[in-house]
Design a protein around this ligand. Structure first.
Ligand code: NAG
Ligand code: NAG
Length: 355
């Protein structure tokens, strides 16, 4: 700060103070501007979209009545679209989440939590590394797992740091790729308590493009980036393509920075999505998933009587920074469903989930 003042004083002697002030003003404000995608980024985005559209044309909707389709050969079995299509043809909605190795224990806890909800066959977990994929596939054979094998994303990633944002860019792209292949998606995060299965309710909703959950305390102006339902409508596709464009641009902006570098809180998928929803981009029809039913981490901070009166279906374990703190909170509240050896504590699950 002192340096800057001194420089301005010195430069003003030279008569260019205005320029310097202007430059430093701009520098502190650039974080609130949406980064602009490069031409290369645009090409990448269009490739992603056309690849998905081609996929959905080449691989027809598998239909139980038509024998012809059962023999469709999908070349790369690990290909995310092939896996997602297989799920959606049977269960309609693909429950997508992305995890890295540091998040594996959370994933196991959530899988135990939802073990008896009859949804694991709809779950598609994208892992950022191969070991997580292998372990999950071995221990939870009902779920589908695809790995990105992406060396930069190992270890504990903290919210609003470059490493974390890079994973979010990838996640946004993968969602677009599925949506463009006409696959309906529910995006969730595994650091979440499920007291009941919310999917049947979501599937009953008609006439909307997207279901979003507001972030507590934002006057319903910011929507959770990790808990949303995307219908396969043209408007939802258009919206998500724009979110992806903004995220690719952000990825380009931070590409040369190290993983632990801080990224402005104004720059992430949640902020970009919220901005577009608030300006009704593409004339999007969104429905709010109310916080009293789909609670976020603020639920843990409610006074006890309010908590007792509430009847949420899910509680996202957010509003706490860092993996370790999250696990500690989950344990403290008896919302942690694995033993130290990663096996399920089903007695606890039965006590916590609704009958
Ligand atoms: C995967 O499983 C192996 C064998 O049980 C274990 O040693 C390893 O720590 C696990 N890896 C992760 C990332 O949990
Ligand atoms: C809330 O519920 C718990 C468990 O049923 C009970 O022990 C506690 O007294 C309740 N607290 C209030 C303020 O109602």
């Amino acid at each position: 700060m002192m340096m800057r003042v001194k420089q301005i004083v010195m430069l003003s002697v030279l008569g260019v103070a205005c320029t310097v002030l202007f430059v430093s003003f701009r520098a502190t404000n650039t974080t609130n501007e949406i980064p602009q995608i490069s031409d290369e980024g645009k090409v990448q985005l269009e490739k992603l979209v056309s690849k998905s559209i081609k996929f959905s044309k080449d691989v027809p909707e598998p239909n139980a009545k038509s024998k012809a389709n059962t023999n469709v050969i999908i070349e790369d079995d690990n290909h995310i679209l092939a896996v997602a299509k297989r799920i959606s043809s049977r269960y309609r909605t693909v429950l997508v989440t992305m995890v890295n190795d540091a998040y594996l224990s959370f994933t196991y806890s959530w899988l135990c939590n939802t073990k008896n909800m009859d949804i694991h066959k709809s779950v598609l977990i994208i892992t950022t590394d191969k070991v997580s994929k292998d372990n999950l596939t071995r221990d939870w054979p009902e779920i589908s797992v695809v790995s990105m094998d992406w060396s930069t994303s190992h270890g504990d990633q903290t919210y609003s740091q470059v490493g974390y944002v890079k994973i979010m860019v990838k996640r946004t792209e993968m969602l677009l790729s599925m949506l463009m292949a006409d696959i309906e998606i529910f995006l969730f995060e595994v650091d979440c308590l499920w007291l009941a299965n919310p999917i049947p309710e979501f599937q009953k909703i008609e006439g909307y493009d997207i279901l979003v959950n507001p972030v507590a305390g934002t006057g319903e102006k910011v929507y959770a980036g990790g808990f949303l339902y995307l219908f396969k409508t043209d408007k939802a596709k258009k919206l998500w393509k724009k979110v992806t464009e903004d995220m690719i641009a952000l990825g380009e902006k931070i590409s040369s920075k190290s993983d632990k570098t801080a990224v402005s809180e104004a720059d992430n998928d949640q902020q970009y999505l919220s901005r577009l929803l608030n300006q009704k981009y593409a004339d999007i029809k969104m429905k709010l998933l109310p916080l009293d039913v789909y609670a976020d981490g603020q639920w843990y901070k409610l006074p006890e009587d309010k908590r007792n009166q509430s009847h949420p279906i899910v509680i996202n374990n957010n509003w706490v920074v860092g993996n370790k703190a999250k696990i500690e909170r989950a344990k403290k509240w008896k919302h942690w469903f694995i033993h130290d050896d990663l096996t399920c504590d089903m007695d606890l699950v039965k006590k916590v989930v609704y009958k």
